[in-house]
Design a protein around this ligand. Structure first.
Ligand SMILES: Nc1ncnc2c1ncn2[C@@H]1O[C@H](COP(=O)(O)OP(=O)(O)OP(=O)(O)O)[C@@H](O)[C@H]1O
Ligand SMILES: [Mg+2]
Length: 264
């Protein structure tokens, strides 16, 4: 069982999309996958069409699990492709629900221990903020994938995130590894972008990680698949978005999802 957090405190850089696309790809390939929505915005919960507590107030979400009111197994929803634990908008008030400050960052790590061996991969979506929720993800994860847009503000964000990652390593999770930085919503023709790619490569080597060769292009198929409550490999396997996420999955996990999907 390998646990990946997808994190960047900057908003709108494709964290949720990346969790869903990688999760869908690995599930199509045949792996058992659990997605965890740790963002109060609950975007992953919505695009995966999971039941939310807004739809049914008895739904167990990450809030009750982190607050230790429910066991992690109570929150798991089985979807066609993968399993998911939904978020709740009330997750924003997590700090008031865990009064023991020292215990706060460890709640997800402890909850996941109960799932030992049940999944091949667990992917955690995080909010656009550095706080208790992102900390829980960084403490629980084996590795962290950082999606970033190729602009100067995202570059600054990556170094702030690095400090948080270092702190998680120092205090709680010494073996945490940065898998790499994936440039998303990429529009490679702009001249400025080329210079930025060079800057990102420099930043990555300082963080002792890499910028993935694969760049995820801006592509309408991503939004179309999400609007259709589908995943990119099912909705549009021939799209640029499928090709890009397939290449990213190959780079990280060394498996070819599209080959598998087209053989079916
Ligand atoms: N490669 C892409 N091509 C086109 N649109 C994309 C792409 N990736 C993401 N988007 C769109 O950009 C928006 C932001 O993406 P997403 O929600 O995945 O980012 P996020 O980092 O999770 O945002 P937040 O920080 O708010 O959680 C969404 O509307 C999504 O559909
Ligand atoms: Mg998101």
């Amino acid at each position: 069982m390998k646990i990946y957090a997808v994190a960047n405190q900057k908003g709108g850089v494709s964290k949720t999309t990346t969790v869903q696309c990688i999760g869908a790809g690995l599930a199509h390939y045949g792996y058992k996958v659990l997605l965890i929505d740790l963002d109060p915005q609950s975007n992953l919960t919505s695009i995966c069409h999971a039941v939310s507590d807004a739809q049914d107030k008895n739904t167990v979400t990450m809030l009750e699990i982190l607050a230790k009111e429910n066991k992690i197994n109570d929150g798991i929803q089985h979807l066609d492709l993968y399993d998911i634990i939904p978020s709740s908008m009330f997750l924003a008030s997590i700090d008031s629900r865990i009064t023991d400050q020292m215990a706060r960052p460890y709640r997800l790590q402890n909850a996941l221990k109960e799932l030992k061996g049940e999944y091949d991969y667990i992917l955690i979506d995080t909010p656009p903020a550095l706080g208790t929720l992102t900390n829980n993800a960084l403490v629980a994860a084996d590795e962290v994938i950082i999606p970033a847009q190729a602009d100067i503000l995202s570059l600054q964000g990556v170094s702030q995130l690095y400090e948080t990652i270092e702190s998680a390593k120092e205090h709680a999770n010494p073996n945490l590894k940065i898998t790499g930085i994936v440039l998303t919503r990429f529009q490679g023709r702009a001249n400025l972008t080329k210079e930025l790619v060079t800057l990102f490569n420099g930043a990555a080597s300082q963080l002792k990680t890499v910028v993935f060769n694969t760049r995820i292009r801006e592509a309408i198929a991503v939004k179309e698949a999400q609007a259709a409550l589908s995943d990119i490999f099912t909705a549009d396997p021939k799209s640029n978005a499928s090709a890009d996420y397939n290449a990213l999955i190959k780079e990280i996990f060394d498996v070819d999802v599209l080959q598998k999907v087209s053989a079916e």
